[in-house]
Each structure stands twice: as structure tokens, then as C-alpha cells.
Design a binder for this molecule. Structure first.
Ligand code: OXD
Ligand code: MN
Length: 594
């Protein structure tokens, strides 16, 4: 449906900005999106007509579609992602930097006439619950219909966003598919102007500007300035058999199982337990008037990795994506149903993610970073607190990631500062969510390396500052479900069984579970884990919980080197925490706080 600004009573500054961008990009027409079903369907119709979307089997997958992207545009491109500020030191060594004036001028030149022959969609979106003081408005201008419909799934589009605009304030996003030229691909962020400019990519993480660009990179700078946290974290409510629900957040790098954990199905042997999802990717955490951490999910949908999702790893998402879902770069079975590696039986005949007949031995049929976009409201175990404008109270924060060695199944920090060090030391395997080698260990502090819009050492300082501002600090834990034995096999069965680990965490928060005080933190005694239903040999549990002192000493050396690269801003408190950790490893009889 075509809308005009008058339909909305649009604020003048917004109108002027849209007109100004239109003058540069020169679209054939401008469409103001209202987020209605009618509009959604009309955009889908346009895309099925021009081949952007392929209609899936409507009996088995009603209102589901497949998009095949350009093969050069299948993941986030960190080397093309820039934070543009006045001084290089603002962004630190983990970000690419461009001077803001130069960056804006360069992008404006590249945007000149880039929408000729196309429509520019104006997408007003709200991040966070309607009526929440923590919610934010953004406007994305894009020439991609695919981006427009995905934004309508991932955010609240239309009137609700415009009604939320306080004093005409909003985050500005300009996106163009351009020619998908990888050499001229830029995802530029201007935190001082609350502006994002993205060109030559249509991939979700680069082009759905509400997600990584606004809700993390721009929001992290706002959070630093305003005293809150914008984090790459899931949020879940864990309900015990007595009906009490406890909320925790978890930071895990991209494609490391956040969606699966957010949708955990309790194992048979944990009767009466339930896991309610609030968020599978991003948390905005504010302090309430009592100094408690309260988290909201800014998003309204899931943009999650398809491969290895199946009825065992995540039965709940499998039923959720059966309708009203856009799949990107998955394979297509002959009955026009989607398929990906690790979904289940391999159909005899398939089209691969590029539309070629797939033949055995010719690589994977679905792209390893193939995705689905689906509304969060379709998820059956969505927490009723998801819409709570005040968010949910957070009892524990968990860090994790793919790490085949070193890190035990779970351990708890001795203090807030030690927990911040744990997050800062997160070194995990890279995944297909970003372009580059997969399975390489790299530092990804708090799983925020690609998403922190300012100097990561200042980000650590910001985390540390909560010590003096809150008397109800959550406890901090680290978990690792990916530890491998000598034979290269995972030691922990994962998935639903992860609830055993979560239960230990909750019990620790209530002072109910035993732990051994090791140099790296509190590690469960085997008896304190509810392993009765699992049939795991005692030696496996021992291996899972083992703290290898020599390997940890080596890790400390590496962390030392990494932290050195962060320069003088790296907080003294964390240097002290790192020394204390080293001293405890050298002399295990030292008390944890020495
Ligand atoms: C994502 C990512 O898509 O982290 O969530 O890359
Ligand atoms: Mn993510």
C-alpha cells in the first residue's frame, strides 16, 4: 500500500531528511511503510513476481519463501564495517575506523544516484516494547524490498514507531543494495550523528540496520553515555517445578547456539521445568530505581542460522518456522520445502542454495550461514514478560562460545570484577556468521568484538562502573558445552541437557549448590550437578570439569598480549584481576580474593 507522510503526521525533520536523502539517491518513487499485513503481502507479491523470492510449498510451509542471495553476499563483512568518529582512538584496535567527515562524504558520493530506477522504502521502526522508556526509534531508508519485509519481521514498523518518537529523535539508517560490489561495500556507523550508511550488501547483518548496526553498535555508544548496556545476549526465563521464573542473559558469539539455548526443551528427566524465551540475540539492560539489572529485547523476530537446526537440537524453532518465514540461502527439495545440512534425512534430489542441482561431494547444499527470519510472536514459549516495558530482572549473566579445550563445562566468577575479566578473556572459535576462516580461535570479549561501537577497553571500564552503581549485581558465569575429549568428540551432549548447567547456575545464585574453589572460579562438585538422567561416565564428568593449570597459564599469557594491544585505556582493575588469576594458578592455596 502506498502511503504519504500526511497519513502519519510526520515530523518536519524526518520529512526533510527523507527528501534530502531522496535528492542524493534519486529513487523513482518513495514508499512509506506502515508495517501492515496488507503491505507485507504486496511486497512479497512484488518479489515473487521478479524472482527475488521463491514461493515454497504452501501446504507444508504456508506463507514461506526462499531468497537466494548473491554468492558474494552471504555473511557479515567485518573488514567493510567501520566506526566513523573524529579520532581513531575513539574506536580502538578492534574496530575499523574512518574519520567521520571523510566517511560521510565518501558514502554520499557513492550513494549519488544509486536508487535510480528503484523505489526507496521509508521504514520507521521501534526497537523494544511499545510504551517502554527503554525503547528506541529508527528510520531505515532502503532500496531493497527484501530488506523491507525482513525489517517488518524483525522490528515493529509503522505508526507505533512514529508515536514513540520523542522530540523528533531517531537513529537514521540509509541502505542501498548498490551493485553488490564487494570492493565498494561499506557498513559505516557515525555514533555522534546516530547515523548508519550501508552500501553494496543485502545480507541481514549488514542491511537490516536495526539489528547489529543500531541495536548494538550505535546503541552501545548510547549505553556508555547514558549508563546502561547494549549487549549481544540472549534473555531467558527459567521456570522451576515450583513455578518460580528466574531470568538470565547469555553472551555467545554469532552462530554459537544462542537461539538453541533460548529455546531449550527440558529433558525428560527434568519434569516441571520450562524455558521461556525473551530474546535470542540482543539485550538492552538498564538499572531500575533499586539498582537491579532489567533487560528488554529490542527485536521482534529471529534471524537465525539454519544448518544443524533439527527436531533434536531445537524442536521448538522447527515448528515455528513452518509458517510466515523467509529462508535465505537454504537448499530446496523437489517438493519445494527448505532443507539444510543437519536438518535430517538428506532428500535424494535437491537444488543447492545457488539454485543448482546438488550432487553428492559438491560441498554443502545449504550455505553454512543460511538463515531464516520469523516473527517472535509465532514462538509458542515466548515469555509473557517479553512485552513488559520495564524488562525482566536479571539474576545471572553467562558468557560462552565454541571452545574445544580449556574451559570447563561451567564455572562461576569470584566477583563482578573477576566476571568482567572472564568476559574480556573470551577467546572462541570463529563461525560462518562472518566472512573469513571458520574455527580459528580469536578474542571476542563479551561476544561483542564485532559489535562494540567504541574502544573495547573503555567498554570494559563501562562494565566495571556498575560495581559502584548497583547493589544487586548479577552473578557472572562462563559455560562451555563444546569441550572435546582426546578422541575429538564432544564430551557434553548439549541441547536440552544444558538445563542441568542452568539449574546449577540458579542454585548457585540461591546459595544452594556446592562448588570447588579452583584458581579460575567456582566449579561444580560432580554431585552438585543433577546428572542422574544422563548416563555420563564419571571420567567424562571429570574431564568436563577439569581445570588444567598449565593450559590456563598459557591462556593468561595470550590474554596479556591481547590486552596489551588495547593500550593505556585498558583498566588497571583488570590487570590486577589477571595477576590475581595468575597468582592463584601458581599457588592454589591462595584465597580467591588475593
Ligand atoms: C547474527 C550475528 O546474525 O551475530 O546474529 O551475526
Ligand atoms: Mn548475533
Amino acid at each position: 500500500m502506498i502511503h504519504t507522510p500526511q497519513d502519519y503526521g510526520i515530523e518536519r525533520p524526518l520529512l526533510e531528511w527523507v527528501v534530502a536523502v531522496g535528492k542524493i539517491t534519486k529513487p523513482d518513487g518513495i514508499v512509506w511503510c506502515d508495517g501492515s499485513d496488507e503491505e507485507f503481502q504486496s511486497l512479497i507479491k512484488l518479489m515473487t513476481a521478479d524472482g527475488t523470492l521463491i514461493k515454497l510449498n504452501q501446504e507444508k510451509y504456508p506463507n514461506c519463501y526462499l531468497h537466494r542471495s548473491n554468492p558474494n553476499d552471504v555473511a557479515r563483512t567485518e573488514e567493510a564495517t567501520f566506526i566513523c568518529t573524529k579520532n581513531r582512538e575513539d574506536v580502538g584496535p578492534t574496530n575499523n575506523w574512518m574519520p567521520s567527515d571523510e566517511g560521510e562524504a565518501k558514502l554520499l558520493r557513492l550513494f549519488d544516484g544509486c536508487m535510480i530506477g528503484r523505489t526507496m522504502y521509508v521504514i520507521p521502526y521501534l526497537l523494544g516494547p511499545a510504551g517502554s522508556p527503554y525503547s528506541q526509534v529508527g528510520i531505515e531508508l532502503t532500496d531493497s524490498c527484501y530488506v523491507a519485509v525482513n525489517m517488518e519481521i524483525m522490528t515493529k514498523v509503522g505508526k507505533v514507531a512514529l508515536e514513540h518518537m520523542k522530540d523528533g529523535e531517531f537513529v537514521k539508517g540509509i541502505h542501498s543494495t548498490g551493485q553488490l560490489d564487494p570492493d565498494r561495500r561499506y557498513i559505516c556507523h557515525f555514533p555522534d550523528k546516530k547515523l548508519i550508511m550501508s552500501l553494496n550488501s543485502n545480507y541481514g547483518g549488514n542491511a537490516l540496520l536495526s539489528k547489529k548496526c543500531h541495536a548494538l553498535r550505535i546503541a552501545s555508544v548510547m549505553a556508555r553515555d547514558q549508563g546502561w548496556l547494549a549487549e549481544h545476549m540472549l534473555i531467558i526465563g527459567i521456570e522451576g517445578p515450583d513455578g518460580t521464573v528466574t531470568y538470565v542473559t547469555g553472551a555467545f558469539p554469532s552462530a554459537s547456539g544462542k537461539t538453541n539455548l533460548a529455546m531449550l526443551k527440558p529433558p525428560e528427566y527434568m519434569k516441571g521445568w520450562k524455558v521461556w524465551a525473551v530474546s535470542d540475540d540482543i539485550a538492552w539492560i538498564h538499572l531500575d530505581s533499586e539498582g537491579r539489572f532489567r533487560a528488554i529485547n529490542p527485536e521482534s523476530g529471529f534471524f537465525a542460522v539454519a544448518p544443524n537446526t533439527n527436531v533434536k537440537t531445537n524442536p521448538r524453532i522447527m515448528e515455528t518456522v513452518k509458517k510466515n518465514t523467509i529462508f535465505t540461502n537454504v537448499a530446496l527439495a523437489m517438493d519445494r520445502t527448505p532443507w539444510w545440512e543437519g536438518m535430517g534425512d538428506h532428500p535424494r534430489k535437491l537444488w543447492d542454495w545457488q539454485g543448482r542441482i546438488w550432487t553428492a561431494g559438491k560441498g554443502s547444499a545449504a550455505h553454512p550461514n543460511s538463515r531464516f527470519t520469523t516473527s517472535i510472536n509465532q514462538y509458542r514459549l515466548l515469555s509473557t514478560e517479553y512485552t513488559n516495558p520495564n524488562g525482566v530482572p536479571i539474576t545471572a549473566i553467562i558468557f560462552g562460545g565454541r571452545r574445544s579445550d580449556l574451559v570447563p563445562l561451567v564455572h562461576e566468577s569470584f566477583s563482578w570484577e573477576h566476571g568482567v575479566l572472564m568476559g574480556a578473556m573470551l577467546r572462541v572459535e570463529t563461525t560462518a556468521a562472518a566472512v573469513g576462516e571458520v574455527g580459528v580461535l580469536r578474542y571476542d570479549p563479551m561476544a561483542m568484538r564485532p559489535f562494540c561501537g567504541y574502544h573495547i577497553a573503555d567498554y570494559f571500564r563501562h562494565w566495571l562502573s556498575f560495581r559502584s552503581r548497583s547493589e544487586s549485581l548479577p552473578k557472572i558465569f562462563q559455560i562451555n558445552a563444546f569441550r572435546m575429549g582426546q578422541d575429538g568428540r564432544y564430551l557434553w551432549p548439549g541441547y536440552g541437557h544444558n538445563l542441568v548447567v542452568l539449574k546449577w547456575i540458579l542454585d548457585r545464585c540461591r546459595g544452594r549448590a556446592d562448588a570447588v574453589e579452583t584458581p579460575i572460579g567456582y566449579v561444580p562438585t560432580p554431585d552438585s550437578l543433577n546428572l542422574t538422567g544422563m548416563n555420563l561416565p564419571g571420567s567424562t564428568i571429570e574431564e568436563l570439569l577439569q581445570v588444567n593449570k598449565r593450559a590456563w597459564m598459557n591462556e593468561i599469557e595470550l590474554s596479556w598480549l591481547f590486552f596489551k594491544t588495547l593500550g593505556e585505556q585498558f583498566p588497571d582493575i583488570l590487570w590486577q584481576e589477571l595477576s590475581k588469576l595468575r597468582d592463584r594458578l601458581r599457588n592454589p592455596s591462595l584465597a580467591p580474593h588475593n
